[in-house]
Design a protein around this ligand. Sequence first.
Ligand SMILES: [Zn+2]
Ligand SMILES: [Zn+2]
Length: 660
Amino acid sequence: MPVVRVALDLPLHRLFDYLAESATSADIGQRIRVPFGRRERIGVIVSVLEHSPLSPEQLRSAGEILRDLPPLSPDFFKLCEFASTYYQAPLGEVILQALPGGVKRIDPPARRTVRRRATSGERVVPELTAGQAAAVAAIDVAQGFSAHLLFGVTGSGKTEVYLRLIEQVLAAGRQVLLLVPEINLTPQLESRVRARFPDCEVVALHSELAEAARERHWRAAFAGEAGIVLGTRLAVFTPMPRLGLIVVDEEHDASFKQQDGMRYSARDVAVVRAHQANVPIVLGSATPSLESWANALGGRYRRVDLPERANPEACLPTIHLLDTRKMVLEEGIGAPVVAAIEERLARGEQSLVFLNRRGYAPVLACPACGWVSGCKRCAANMVLHLADRRLRCHHCGFEARIPQACPTCGNQDIHPFGRGTQRLEAWLRERFPAARVLRVDRDSVKSRKQWEIVLERIHGGDADLLVGTQMLAKGHDFPKLTLVGVLGADAALFAADWRAPERLFAQLMQVAGRAGRAELRGEVLIQTQYPDHPLYAALVAQDYPGFATTLLREREQAGFPPYSYQAILRAEAPLMADAMAFLANASALSKMAECPDIMVYDPIPMKMARLANLERAQLLVESASRPALQAFLPRWREAIERVKAPARLRWHIEVDPLEC
Ligand SMILES: [Zn+2]
Ligand SMILES: [Zn+2]
């Protein structure tokens, strides 16, 4: 009797064999009901065998093979196998996480018929600038695999380049996968894509979709009916039988990295997918990741530049540094920023004060005894939220009432220390009573609907003064915004994380790019105590290539990525001693794996050493050779899996970590 080998969504690096009378090789890639323990599960058939290494008595019989969908293709398996091997994730987990909930449930919900969304609005096709035309011409979408890094300054019109390429691919009868960091923050992009291609089915795939909608969209992509799939990182695995092009917008964005479960980079998986499928890929950014920049320098990616803003009237904003050592600050704001805001208010233009810290103040403190509002569950402070009078941990979500007096010494005179967007908003309202102040952060904008309302208010000129976090930095055109004031950026200059400068530069370039996108010239004022810092010099010159060259040189000297390859083993347990002992053991096992060219560092507690009542530690492994690291990891992982860990200890390996 035929035997099917089935992938199940379990944290185990193995597949499971079942007897399946009716199975033929045509069923590879179909879903199947199988008994597992005392319950039934849905798995995916990976292969059909004549014989199993197990004897028939040891095998259980599978249930029904679900043949309502076409089988998943060899291409799909190939991509999942890559991700499983590269990221040390169980193949079953990779395959099953790529499928929407509805098709892997034992009792699938009743399906509604697809309701096509009629697109209204006229189809406006803007003329290409010379730069855009050159970029479109430089990317040949008919020539199979090639990776392009589209490096375009903010406002250079990268989207229009994508749309022209998409048009060519659709005309050739193929599908397009368009990946974006956070779909909720880019409603404009979605409506623009729909309006441009009214005859093409465009489906969105992201985690905030209701399950039924996600399944409907996924099925349309899988059936080849949807011409364009617009999605976030999880969409990278969507099976698309006629895939012809992949675009990754804002490729530097950290949200392409999955931080739990199977930890992968959707951008990197997308490049592998394009290669496997022999289709072109375009990675777009104004501030590319250093990895991608190095790939372009090394000739693996072709760089395509868009050096000018698309609107010829809109020049790049001017950026000035304000030396706060020489000024009196009121609530963290110096007189030049105040004067610049006043000017904008008088002219009826908008200003944005950027502070990437939400809440009222990062901590509540007692000056008498030194008490601070620490989180009971984490190695972090509870942030003061005056808007709803709570202390809140931004790491684990724990909340508490604001105490009337110091819990340690009873002192009633406890103070907020430092400032966040709420405090800034309160002060700006007081200082500019006639101005309409709008705060934009994840506390004030929680849903897509709220975000659309906020965008409308800004566009409609219904706000004079914006206070916001990086939420406001991403990809929006605010035609009346001509001033951006940046506060509190210095903290990231000297952060322990060596990737912090790269992120800071990208963030400040993005936020600066909000200013002056129409005919009104923008001005950016950055308050700093370190006006001579090279990062700020590069920012003032708006010189990403220069900045990248400097950082890459530093990384090369220090042997950091992209000049080395890293993986991290993390352990979390109720007791730090358990986590550290486990890692010490794993470190010893690494020596037995006898792999040359692998550097194993000592276990250390993580920077956030306690999160939600668990103590956390990690161990870094590094190699100058990616193949060496890839050869080492599975052997090491298997050795660790054989170790008996304390009951409540959890561990995982993360490859190419972004934070270490
Ligand atoms: Zn006290
Ligand atoms: Zn916490």
